[in-house]
Design a binder for this molecule. Structure first.
Ligand SMILES: *[C@@H]1O[C@H](CO)[C@@H](O)[C@H](O)[C@H]1NC(C)=O
Ligand SMILES: *[C@@H]1O[C@H](CO)[C@@H](O)[C@H](O)[C@H]1NC(C)=O
Length: 368
């Protein structure tokens, strides 16, 4: 009897210790989960058989190692800079073998270059992690964390985490507008396609909520027609390509309305709309005011505006990446990513709806 009592006490003590050490963990930093496409992929595609990868120089030229990291940037991407601002280490790609043990508690990046809202977006890239697979991995991740800190701790870790999801650009660029008379463009007029995308995105956000996400930054698309690739291929006299701009102009406001609707249903501001379109338009419209010499010419590439083909070791490469808004034909430089994250942190309601990340961090800190 006495022995059993001691045993019970010891078990209780072990539990108390386990829980106190884990709450200490969470006090240090909240977990961060990332879903989406190449704008936020931190290297998952390096582990996959796909052509959508950033694993050769000069990608990563301004990273700590000056070597490619799998990010579609010269240095840090948006999730890295958000982690940095929260005082955390960057979240590892979910497929990285380094993502084990306590590292799991920092979070995980499930994003995969080339994917979209739709399952048929990016099929030309072969084996990439489509959004439903990313969500499935998120579920699998939680099972792994449960083995580490138990079900209650895992639930708390996930509920208190910050989540970022970036989708939609590829559903236009790498699907609807990929080739003339694409299957989707024959099936849908643009306004109907946009409505379809929004209804599918709704399901994805619902699933994310079911899986425990409670603070989710949802980015709309950037100005799709203003990236060097589109200026080079479709723009007239260096202007942004109108049809893609029209797509972004239809998609983004409907996304904001959809997010309001989901929040209304849930009865809480779980989802936060990030106006990536306006954040990019600011420095695209007036690059000099933001210290850029150009927002039309990519730093790395070839052809008009360095907007044709891939960024490789054979491409033109600008000497100073900080004065270019675009790194390659589609993706911003680290410096541009920093401007975007600045607005995510402290932007007004026009940029962050219904609130910015500073406000979120303050609110949630007060709550715990
Ligand atoms: C996409 O794939 C997922 C899982 O494979 C499935 O649940 C979903 O219904 C598919 N979406 C569409 C629109 O077909
Ligand atoms: C955004 O963040 C800043 C703090 O950096 C704050 O002063 C401001 O009021 C916030 N704006 C909104 C609309 O929440």
């Amino acid at each position: 009897m006495a022995l059993a009592a001691v045993k019970m006490a010891l078990i209780a003590l072990a539990f108390a210790l386990a829980f106190s050490s884990h709450s200490a963990h969470w006090a240090e930093a909240r977990a961060f989960y990332v879903f989406g496409d190449s704008l936020v992929d931190s290297g998952n595609n390096n582990y996959l058989v796909t052509t959508a990868r950033a694993d050769t120089p000069p990608y990563g030229i301004d990273s700590a190692s000056h070597a490619p990291t799998g990010r579609f940037s010269n240095g840090r991407n948006i999730p890295d800079i958000i982690s940095e601002q929260m005082g955390s280490e960057p979240t590892l790609p979910y497929l990285s073998p380094e993502l084990t043990g306590p590292k799991l508690l920092v979070g995980a990046n499930f994003a995969s270059a080339g994917i979209g809202i739709l399952n048929d977006t990016g099929i030309q890239f072969l084996n990439i992690i489509r959004i439903y697979k990313q969500l499935q991995y998120f579920n699998q991740y939680q099972q792994r964390v449960r083995r580490l800190i138990g079900p209650v701790g895992t639930r708390e870790l996930v509920n208190q985490a910050l989540v970022l999801i970036t989708l939609g650009g590829n559903d236009f660029v790498n699907n609807y507008y990929l080739v003339p008379y694409s299957a989707r463009s024959r099936q849908f007029a643009l306004p109907d396609y946009v409505r379809y995308l929004i209804s599918e995105y709704y399901k994805i956000l619902e699933r994310l909520y079911e899986l425990g996400a409670r603070r989710v930054l949802v980015t709309g698309t950037g100005p799709l027609g203003c990236v060097p690739a589109e200026i080079a291929q479709r723009g007239r006299n260096g202007q942004c390509a109108q049809e893609l701009q029209r797509a972004a102009a239809l998609f983004n406001p409907q996304l904001v309305e959809m997010i309001k609707e989901v929040n209304r249903r849930i009865g809480s501001d779980v989802f936060v709309a990030v106006n990536a379109y306006q954040m990019h338009m600011d420095f695209i419209t007036d690059p000099r005011q933001y210290g850029f010499v150009t927002s039309k010419v990519a730093c790395c590439g070839q052809g008009p505006y360095n907007g044709i083909g891939l960024c490789t070791f054979l491409s033109n490469l600008c000497p100073n990446r900080d004065v270019y808004a675009f790194w390659d034909a589609f993706h911003p430089t680290e410096r541009a990513n920093r401007l975007v994250v600045q607005q995510i942190l402290s932007g007004s309601m026009d940029y962050m709806h219904p609130m910015n990340l500073s406000t979120i961090l303050e609110l949630d800190a007060a709550r715990t």
